[in-house]
Design a protein around this ligand. Structure first.
Ligand SMILES: [Zn+2]
Length: 122
């Protein structure tokens, strides 16, 4: 068990998801055709999202609406999946709880700050 209020974060993630999806839709309107393929691919691979997120989480996510939006969307979906599984807030790297402050600023985080730093080799 963790002390994470997953219901709170579920709402935060769903809200964030709406914002990112809206941003992606706006982006597609401005750049027709450039993003469609990857968006559909993301939707079709929900079973693999957790693994995908783990593989890509090493890069710091610069949350600017644009090139990273699809990645953020995948991270959000993976985080929502972890809420369903009851593993939300637990580091996928070491199994310890992710600091609450980190989840507040990056609710889709799947690695604790230690693992993330190690992953980045800094
Ligand atoms: Zn960790």
């Amino acid at each position: 068990m963790t002390s994470i209020d997953s219901e709170h974060f579920r709402e935060v993630l769903l809200e964030e998801r709406r914002r990112v999806e809206h941003a992606l839709a706006t982006l597609r309107d401005e750049h027709p055709g450039s993003l469609d393929e990857e968006v559909e691919e993301t939707a079709d691979t929900s079973d693999n999202l957790a693994e995908t997120a783990t593989a890509t989480v090493g890069r710091e996510i610069d949350y600017t609406l644009g090139e990273n939006s699809e990645e953020v969307l995948a991270q959000i979906d993976a985080a929502l999946g972890r809420i369903e599984e009851g593993t939300y807030g637990t580091c996928v790297g070491c199994g310890r709880e992710i600091a609450l402050g980190r989840l507040e600023t990056q609710p889709w985080a799947s690695l604790c700050i230690d693992c993330k730093r190690r992953d980045e080799g800094t």
